[in-house]
Design a protein around this ligand. Sequence first.
Ligand code: 13P
Ligand code: SF4
Length: 330
Amino acid sequence: MEQLQLDKMLEEKGYIDEPVDPKLKLVEEITRLKKEKNAVILSHFYVEGELQDIADFVGDSLGLAQKAASTDADIIVFVGVHFMAETAKIINPSKKVILPDLKAGCSLAESAPADKFAAFKAKYSDHKVVTYINATAALKTMSDLVCTSANAKTIVDSFPKGQKLIFGPDKNLGNYINSITGREMVLWDGACMVHEQYSVEKIIDLIEEHPDAEFIAHPECEKPVLLLAKYIGSTTALLNYVQKSSAKKFIVATESGILHQMVKACPDKVFIPAPSVDSTCGCNDCSYMKLNSLQKLYVCLKHEQPEISLPEDVIEKAKLPIQRMLEISK
Ligand code: 13P
Ligand code: SF4
């Protein structure tokens, strides 16, 4: 594609490639714009530390969805990835929802294209559908209930024992929930590129090297990794765990951004990121989450772009399973 065409396409999609004066005090400017525009900044634990520190609320997917639903701000700035901003728009459609970089996608959400998922669902007509929140709005329109990693067990348990279920798009979380509930949910074959890259062998070596450390993991990790874990939970649950535990050292298998909050909450404890198969890849970082930057946040807030928009019928249909989830999780 020619540069002119590419620029036009990006402009239509709300990209503003604006050079920012390097002398500008970005944190001050963002804080000023936020007040001026009555905006709220919601950041996920996986974005850079400085983007967590500037947020009005930093949390896991469930906490962020709850905040997005209850905010009285006019603008929600979602410093996370696309499906999170989309969820905020679905549950609070009268708000303007903006995302610093529209290219901040998610490998899990992308692993389940709507047409393929619809065909998969059609094969199991007597099954209800539980969809992990890391999915597109289109998938949510086909769901009976949405869940996050924090409430997946509660959501699945809310169905009668005999109810057959489909779970998607994360097979690892689905497998884990099957193992702790005794269910046999049919799983969509999707996974998170960050949580699938851990090396079991290297983790075992590291545990041996640090016998005083506790190994903790996010349920998006593969089964062999989860089997080694002393504790498994969502990012918020992991953060709470390290504060409560008497251990002084932890090996952490989830995206590296969470370490920022762990170190802040427990400055006297040691946190070691779990090793990946390729030690040079930096795969502990979610490349989508890391597309966010202070500079992009500033430009996004200044122009109130790129904005998330969805057809009304999609919002109406996708809202029901998310609202039910929020009700059950109160
Ligand atoms: P939680 O926010 O539910 O811990 O999930 C992590 C994640 O992968 C978000 O993309
Ligand atoms: Fe998606 Fe994985 Fe990144 Fe979370 S960490 S946004 S699941 S790719």
